[in-house]
Design a protein around this ligand. Sequence first.
Ligand code: NAD
Length: 250
Amino acid sequence: MNNNLTDKVAIVSGGSRGIGRDIVLTLARQGCHVAFGYVRNDEAAGRLAEEVRGLGVRCAASRVDVTDFEAVKEWCTGVKEEFGTFHYLVNNAGIIDDKPLMMMSREQWQRVIDTNLTGMFNLTRHCIVTLMKQKFGSIVNISSVSGVMGLPGQTNYSASKGGMNAFTKALAQEVARTQVRVNAVAPGFIETDIVSHFSPEKIEEIEKLIPLRRIGRPADVSGCVAYLLGGQARYVTGQVIVIDGGLSLR
Ligand code: NAD
């Protein structure tokens, strides 16, 4: 069955690298136009935008910090002006700043909550009315297995991702009557910059804990995101799909 992403428009936050980058490319390969946000690397964003256009779809890259409510509003308005509308939203932007709670500063707590949880609120808040009015749309929030199980050393991150999961379920019920769907994916360990500073010993240790015996790849996540956004998942809403090689079963 066609997943119906062709000629639709998706907004993806934090799209210039890691999982977000793979999501941008996966959607583009399915014929979806993409507006993605990034925070720092103009060059990487520009290169990705070119690559996406090379796939035959439209692409806009914008420097937007998701913690800035007004900047996010401007971004969404700009996407609407440029593309006519948008249909899909992927809240991917996220950070990690681990510390045992007894040593965690107020700033470390706040920065993670502001980026992961409030960033998702900001972007969703500015997109939701458009999706509801057109009675078509789908949102996928990139959460984490840390928000499902809770992981030691990550109270700030687990709280932010657990909050995203609850937000997903609440919003899914709020907007279901307009045929807008809201889901989340909760990845386990995925090979990106976030895990690139791990030593080979640490990676081996992690792999032993994963029933499928490997760290995930961005494509393991982006395939599921494309499924959830598109028509094949038309009867799926309010779900948190764990993509962790079985890690959380242990
Ligand atoms: P990454 O650090 O490579 O990418 C994170 C992206 O978010 C970057 O593009 C970054 O620029 C962007 N970002 C950070 N702060 C931002 C802000 N204030 N405004 C806008 N964008 C901002 O990491 P990743 O692994 O690709 O992570 C992507 C998402 O997946 C995150 O939400 C992360 O929590 C989640 N996740 C990752 C893993 C993993 O193992 N890699 C596991 C579970 C969940």
